[in-house]
Design a protein around this ligand. Sequence first.
Ligand code: ATP
Ligand code: MG
Ligand code: FE
Length: 341
Amino acid sequence: AAVLGLESSCDETAAAILRADGTILAEAVLSQLAEHAPYGGVVPEIAARAHLDALPQLVGQVMRQAGLGYADLAGVAATSGPGLIGGLIVGATLGKGIALAHDLPFVAVNHLEAHALTATLPGLAAGPVRFPYLLLLLSGGHCQCVEVAGVGRYRRLGTTLDDAVGEAFDKAAKLLGLPWPGGPALERLAASGDPARIPLPRPLLGRPGCDFSWSGLKTAVAHALARLPGATEQDRADLAAGFQAAVAAVLADRARHALALVPAASALVVAGGVAANAAVRAALAGAAAAAGLPLVAPPIRLCTDNAVMVAWAGVQRLRRGLPDELGHAPRPRWPLEGLAA
Ligand code: ATP
Ligand code: MG
Ligand code: FE
C-alpha cells in the first residue's frame, strides 16, 4: 500500500509516493523561483496559477515513476494549511478529486506537522529519531521551537515576534543588493567576510524563553550600510558575515533554552530552508552537543518544501485511523497545537 502526497502551500509544487514503511517510491518538486524572482518575493496569485498548471502533470509523473495505478494507493494526502490559500485550494481539491474518483481515504495534512515528522522517516542517515524531540522550524514563513511528543502531539515553546528567520535573511540580502531568495546568496557573500568587524545586535540573546525577533537586526544592517557610503565588496561581505554570525548565535541561544524545557528530548531536529546554512548548522550542533544530544538535519531536499514529508504525515495519520472528510476546508492559518492525535 502506498500514499500519494501533494504540496502546494507556498512556492514549491510537489508530489511524492511513499510506501507505508516510509520507502520513497517517487518524488518530484518544481520550484517557482523564476516566476516570482522579478517581484522579489512570492506573489500569491502567480503561485496559485503555477500550481494549477503544474500539479496534475506532476502527479502523473510520480505515478508513472512509481509504476502504480490509482487503485494501488492506500490514500491521498494533501497539504491543507497553513499557507497561501489559492495554492492550498489547488492541492487539496486535486487530492480530494483523486480520492473521490478512486474511493480512497483523504488526509488534510498540516504543513508544519509534515515538517515536524520528517525526521522520523526511516532511512535517513541520522534517523529515525525517537519522540520526544525538539524541532526548530526555520523557513521563509516560519520560525518556531516545537516539542514533538508524537504524531499530533506538539507544544510550541517559542515563535517569532516579527519576521521569520528566512525572511530576515531575504531582507538583509536585499539591503546588501543580493537577488531573491537572499539566504543562499548571503551565505556565499559571507564566506569572504569578517564577522567581527561590524558589531550587530543579537536580539533576545540571553533573555528567558525561546521566542525570536529579527527585525531589529535587519534595521541594524540598514543603519550600518548607511554609515558606509560607497560600501566596497569587502564591506558588504563583512556585514553579511556579521549578520549570519548574529543569527547563528541567537538561534543557538534559543535552542539551548528550549532544550532545557524538554529534558526528555532525544535530539535537536532542524527543518526549513535556513537549515541549509552551514554557520547555522554549526551553531545548532554546538547547542545540541552542550545538552549531550545529536543535531539531526534531514537532507536539504527534505528540509525545504517537498511532498515526501506530506505523504509521510499521511501514512502516519492513516495508520492511526485519522483520515479527514472530503469537506475539510483548507486553512491559511492552522497552528500545530490542537491537531487530532
Ligand atoms: P514555508 O515557510 O511555508 O515552509 P518557504 O518556501 O518560505 O516555505 P523554505 O522553502 O523552507 O521556506 O525555505 C526558504 C527560505 O530559506 C528562504 O527565506 C531562503 O532565503 C532561506 N534559505 C535557503 N538557503 C539558505 C541558506 N543557505 N542560508 C540562509 N537562508 C537560506
Ligand atoms: Mg519555498
Ligand atoms: Fe515549509
